[in-house]
Design a protein around this ligand. Structure first.
Ligand code: NDP
Length: 506
């Protein structure tokens, strides 16, 4: 990316540029401008003009352009995966997987936008039977997207692709750890659409804060709960609506009838893939007491094969954000200090850049390893009497993002009792790969949804229209209304709603 004079002009003392580093070795991957308030505002202004053009295109015209972009990304997927690999340190295969899923979501959003959002007729009801009622979901205008570094393509594209397909322009602020991924997305988009419909602003937290205050019509944030609160506070100044996709502390439940090999395999991948830096990654495991010992043996055996090393072929890469290593160490140390045991890994597994898989047992439920997001390849495993206890412990968290259940016969019954945004039965995090399913959480995991029809509606506003088809039988919204009309209205309502309202007998 070339820096312009403008990029280097800074009105205050903030640095003009920052480096994106390779977390495997600390090498500088590339240098990017720190965009300040004026730059961000200018980007939003440009986006506003582009949004007017983009939003006025037909669904087919937008679909065609988004599909062309999809083709470019797909043909250059290896290049994109390399940028992700360089900036996050994650293995190439993982970078390819997240890019592939993002492409699939882009395709779904582009081809389903019309069906989900176009004007449709809705029943007008008996009281307003003379009206034709319709609703349409319209683009908001300019959407600001603030993204994290852990899945630097998949996660922000959950907002970007759906916001674009709904007819909005987007200004995207990628994490300071993965600016190159954001720049790559914007530059390939620009090859297809020569208007600033998707722009990237780079910088540190202040650039994100500036985007919140730059007059966007909605702010889609993905990141930690703590930053999410700051984003919400900043957006509240201008009543800018927000979507918050924040952290998680997801549980995996193993019932007594589960396929234990599959459950152990899913648990290890769910907890350790991307070195555990997954918002919907497995961090807590609750196992039926009848299969606890057998499951734990299988889990330890499988996790023992996974190592994080500088070797680019290693199963897991480094911890991308250096300060996260301290959080992981604190959680592991606290668990051990409070009577927990590491049956694999432990304090010595937490290195300077790499953390090795760690399995903790006998950890008190109120310790940080169980209550806070660890974001490392660690998991706590606890024995439960039955599935009631597994459900209660899973639900006893301020986070509520994803979850997993392994059971041959009762997967659905257990899943339905979980207070979370998503559940995978007999597989892990599979819900993220189904474009028609909404993705998001509740509680400290945030609110609002990306993906699926809900994800398209999230970036639009409903416009309701009633059109009078014939004169009303009862003229209600007029001062010409008579007492007779009012009595007729009361009769009609009694007829419609006066019966069947008796409470069921206890
Ligand atoms: P952070 O909260 O640290 O940062 C997220 C983004 O916010 C970054 O782009 C960051 O910029 C920016 N930012 C920082 N300060 C501000 C501010 N004051 N105002 C506006 N923006 C700001 O999260 P991480 O990048 O560390 O991502 C990891 C977190 O993301 C984890 O908690 C994870 O669970 C969560 N996550 C949630 C997902 C979900 O869908 N629910 C998916 C993926 C991750 P900068 O990097 O420059 O500081």
């Amino acid at each position: 990316m070339t820096l312009t004079e403008n990029d280097l002009q800074t009105a205050d003392a903030r640095p003009a540029t920052f480096d994106s580093l390779n977390p495997r070795n600390g090498d500088v991957v590339e240098t990017y401008p720190v965009h300040g308030e004026a730059d961000v505002r200018a980007a939003v202004e440009r986006a506003r003009e582009a949004a007017a053009w983009w939003g006025a295109l037909s669904y087919d015209e937008r679909k065609e352009r988004l599909n062309t972009w999809k083709g470019v990304i797909t043909r250059r997927i290896a290049q994109l995966a390399e940028v992700i690999h360089q900036e996050t340190g994650k293995p190439h295969g993982d970078a390819l997987l997240e890019s592939s899923l993002a492409i699939d979501h882009l395709a779904w959003a582009a081809s389903h936008a019309e069906k989900v959002l176009k004007r449709r007729k809705v029943p007008s009801g008996l009281v307003m039977a003379n009206q034709r009622a319709t609703v349409e979901y319209r683009p908001l205008g300019v959407v600001g997207v603030i993204g994290p570094w852990n899945y630097p393509v998949f996660t922000p594209m959950g907002s970007i692709a759906y916001a674009l397909a709904a007819g909005n322009a987007v200004v995207f602020k990628p994490s300071e750890y993965t600016p190159g991924v954001g720049a790559w997305l914007a530059s390939t988009f620009r090859e297809v659409i020569d208007r600033p419909v998707l722009q990237v602003v780079t910088g540190l937290g202040d650039t994100g804060a500036a985007l919140c205050r730059a007059g966007v019509d909605k702010l889609a944030f993905t990141g930690s709960t703590a930053t999410g609160k700051k984003v919400m506070a900043a957006c509240s100044e201008t009543l800018t609506p927000v979507l918050i996709e924040a952290g998680g502390k997801d549980a995996l439940i193993v019932d007594e009838d589960a396929d234990l090999d599959a459950a152990a395999d899913g648990a290890v991948w769910g907890a350790c893939a991307n070195a555990g830096q997954t918002c919907a990654g497995v961090e807590r495991i609750y196992v039926h007491e009848r299969v606890y010992d057998e499951f734990l043996t299988k889990l330890v055996a499988k996790a023992s094969d996974i190592h994080g090393t500088v070797d680019t072929q290693a199963a897991i890469g480094p911890i991308t954000m250096p300060s996260q290593v301290d959080v992981i160490r604190r959680h592991v140390d606290d668990a051990i200090a409070r009577g927990g045991r590491a049956v694999l890994g432990g304090p010595d597994a937490v290195g300077e850049r790499f953390v090795q898989p760690t399995i903790l047992v006998d950890v008190p439920e109120d310790s940080s390893a169980v209550t806070e997001e660890t974001f490392g390849p660690t998991m706590t495993v606890a024995k439960v009497r039955d599935m009631d206890e597994a459900v209660a412990r899973t639900n006893d968290s301020r986070y509520a993002l994803g979850s997993t259940v392994y059971s041959k016969a009762h997967g659905m019954q257990i899943a339905e009792r979980l207070r979370v945004g998503m559940t995978a039965i007999n597989g892990v995090i599979t819900f993220a790969g189904v474009p028609s399913l909404p993705f998001g959480g509740i509680g400290d995991s945030g609110f609002g949804r990306i993906h699926g029809p809900e994800g398209l509606k999230e970036f639009s506003y409903a416009h309701a229209i009633t059109r009078q088809r014939m004169k009303p039988l009862l003229a209600l919204t007029t001062f010409a209304r008579t007492e007779k009309d009012e009595q007729r209205m009361a009769k009609l309502i009694t007829m419609l709603h006066g019966r069947g309202s008796t409470l069921p007998k206890p």
